[in-house]
Design a protein around this ligand. Sequence first.
Ligand code: DC
Length: 226
Amino acid sequence: MKNQKIIIALDGYASTGKSTQAKNIAKKLDYIYIDSGAMYRAVTLYAIRKNILDESKIKILIKSLDDINIEFIRNNDVQKIYLNGKEVENDIRKSIVNSNVSRLAMIPEVRNFLLSKQRGYGKNKGLVMDGRDIGTVVFPNAECKFFFIATQEVRAKRRHLEQYKKGNLETYDQVLKNIVERDRIDSNRSLNPLKKSSDAIEIDVSDLTENEVFNKIWEHISKKIN
Ligand code: DC
């Protein structure tokens, strides 16, 4: 093995299992793993906590961006996200964040703020990052790009089960509604919308198990690093 370090971009729709796969690939390669969606969620959580989530408070949020410190810290092999020194891994997955994150992710200043942080993680390569615009905007020269798709129903089912296990009592219909709405906003925003990079490998995960998806993407990655 040449052991050549590369950047792997894993984009796609909400709840297609991007993060799970990205995490597993990073572990196998001993690479850094960054969940860029978690960064948008952390900014949203900050806005909720400061009560500046409202449309009318956007200017205040933009001015406060420099007060937001986001870090990924690894402890006993588990990586968690920290917002201004406090772990927020569970809080950023709550439904109030789900319902507002796409709207905040439309704000150009928020995107630029996170873009420079995201690029910083790739300085030395050896990075797996998942999100919506990683292969198109954050790392257009990434050596390996994937784009995950699945039907909205399959994704809602997955998300619902995941949330249920965590004790979240949202119904399947509520979860589906949120997915449909986030797809609409993520795909239609004018700045860096969710779209497949022309050189990304599309993977429809609807009928595949976690292992099958892993094997598929590994097949491509191993060619790039060997
Ligand atoms: O991957 P996720 O569901 O945790 O992402 C949450 C939101 O963040 C998603 O609805 C859109 C936004 N996002 C984005 O705009 N660009 C990214 N690279 C990652 C996420």
